[in-house]
Design a protein around this ligand. Structure first.
Ligand code: HEC
Ligand code: HEC
Length: 318
C-alpha cells in the first residue's frame, strides 16, 4: 500500500509541478485566437437539400461535406491526382488532410494554411506532432500518430506543390459584425441575428461567405478585422525588431516573409493561426530543435505586439 502511494506521488508530483510552472510562466491565452466554441449557440437549421457552390459542377449533402474521411473535392480539375491520405475515400477511417486543410491546402482560421510550405518543414511538423514535440492534442497529435512515414512524405509533397493565393483580406476597423465560434468545426461565424460590436484588442477572422466556407469551398476566403494602426506597428516589429522587443522576422523568414530555405512563409497566413503559434512558442507547445530558434523572438512579445505582427504578416501577398 505504502509502495502504491509512493508510486502515485512520484508519478503525480512532477505533473503538478509542471502545471504550476506552466501556470506561472505562460501568459493567459486569448480565447479569440484559440477558437473555443461559444457556450450559447444560435439555432441554425441544418441544410437537407444537396449543396452546390459557384463554378463547381458537383453537389454534396451536408453529411457528405462533414465526412472528414471522405471530404468534398469541389474542383478536381484544379489539381492532379491526390494521395489517398489527402483525399480520403469511401470506407476510409483515417481523417483526410483535405477535409480540414481543404483540397487547396489553404485551410480555415481554426486549422492551418499548408500551401507552398517547404517539404522538409511539413515533414518536420508531422514528426514533431507525432512525437509530442509540437502540441495540438485535439487534432494533429492524434492524426500524426496514425499517419505512416510514407504518407507523411506524400502529404508534405502535396502541400509544398500547392500555389497559395490571397486567402485572407486584412481590414483595420474599430467595429466588427457580431460573431460566435460554432461547435461544428470550431469556425467563427457571423451571428445570424446580425449587429456589430467593438473589436477591442482582438483579431476577428470571418468567412467572406459563411455558407460557402462551411461547405469547404476552396474559392471563398476570409476577412480579418484588426485594430486600427496594427498593420503599421506590425511592419516595424517585423522589419526591425522594434528596438530590441523582438528579432527582425525577415532575417529567417525572408524579406517579404515568403519563407527562406526550410523556414516557412508567414506572409498571407491566417492571422489568428499566427497568434496561436506565437503563444505556442512562448509556452510549451513547441520543443523541437528548429522551434528553438523562435524562443528569443517571442520572449518579450505581449498580446498587442502579436496582434500587430499577425495583422501585418497576414496582409502580405503569400
Ligand atoms: C480534423 C481536422 C484536421 C485534419 C483532418 C488534418 N489537420 Fe492538420 N491541422 C489541423 C489544425 C486544427 C491545425 C492547427 C493547429 C494549431 O493551431 O496549432 C493543423 C495544423 C497542421 C500543420 C501545421 C502547419 C504549419 O504551418 O506548421 C500541418 C503540417 C498539418 N496540419 C498537416 C496535416 C496533414 C498532413 C494531414 C493529413 C494527414 C492533416 N493535417 C489533417 C486540423 C486538421
Ligand atoms: C532566428 C530565425 C528566426 C527568426 C528571427 C524568426 N523566426 Fe519564426 N520560425 C523560425 C523557424 C526555424 C521556424 C520553424 C520552426 C519549426 O520547424 O518548428 C519558425 C516558425 C515560425 C512560425 C510558425 C509558422 C507555421 O506555419 O506554423 C511563425 C508564425 C513564426 N515563425 C513567426 C515569426 C515572427 C512573427 C518573427 C519575427 C517577430 C519570426 N518568426 C522570427 C525561425 C525564425
Amino acid at each position: 500500500m505504502k509502495r502504491l502511494l509512493w508510486t502515485i506521488a512520484v508519478g503525480v508530483l512532477p505533473l503538478a509541478c509542471f502545471y504550476s510552472i506552466r501556470a506561472q510562466t505562460a501568459p493567459a491565452r486569448p480565447a479569440w485566437a484559440f477558437l473555443t466554441p461559444d457556450k450559447e449557440q444560435p439555432q441554425v437549421p441544418e441544410e437537407k437539400a444537396p449543396i452546390r457552390i459557384p463554378a463547381s459542377s458537383k453537389s454534396y449533402t451536408a453529411a457528405e461535406i462533414d465526412n472528414l474521411s471522405n471530404p468534398p473535392d469541389w474542383f478536381p480539375e484544379e489539381h492532379g491526382a491526390l494521395p489517398k491520405v489527402v483525399q480520403g475515400g469511401p470506407g476510409s477511417t483515417a481523417l483526410a488532410c483535405g477535409a480540414c486543410h481543404l483540397m487547396s491546402g489553404q485551410g480555415h482560421p481554426e486549422s492551418a494554411d499548408l500551401a507552398g510550405l517547404p517539404v522538409e518543414y511539413l515533414v518536420r511538423q508531422m514528426v514533431d506532432f507525432r512525437d509530442g514535440k509540437r502540441i495540438d492534442p485535439a487534432r494533429m497529435n492524434a492524426i500524426a500518430k496514425v499517419t505512416s512515414d510514407e504518407d507523411i512524405r506524400k502529404a508534405a509533397e502535396w502541400g509544398a506543390a500547392l500555389k497559395p493565393v490571397v486567402w485572407v483580406k486584412v481590414m483595420e476597423s474599430s467595429t466588427v459584425p457580431k460573431s460566435y465560434v460554432s461547435t461544428k468545426g470550431r469556425m467563427r461565424l457571423p451571428h445570424p441575428a446580425g449587429g456589430t460590436e467593438p473589436l477591442g484588442k482582438r483579431i476577428i477572422e470571418l468567412p467572406q461567405d459563411p455558407a460557402r466556407a462551411t461547405s469547404r469551398d476552396p474559392h471563398s476566403g476570409f476577412v480579418a478585422y484588426v485594430p486600427p494602426g496594427s498593420i503599421a506597428k506590425g511592419e516595424t516589429l517585423v522589419k526591425s525588431g522594434g528596438s530590441g522587443k523582438t528579432i527582425a522576422c525577415t532575417i529567417c523568414h525572408g524579406d517579404d516573409l515568403k519563407g527562406l530555405g526550410d523556414v516557412p512563409r508567414i506572409a498571407g497566413l491566417h492571422p489568428v493561426y499566427i497568434v496561436r503559434q506565437l503563444y505556442g512558442f512562448q509556452g510549451k507547445d513547441y520543443s523541437g530543435t528548429s522551434a528553438a530558434l523562435m524562443r528569443k523572438v517571442v520572449a518579450r512579445l505581449d498580446e498587442d505586439d502579436m496582434i500587430a505582427i499577425a495583422a501585418y504578416a497576414a496582409s502580405l501577398a503569400p
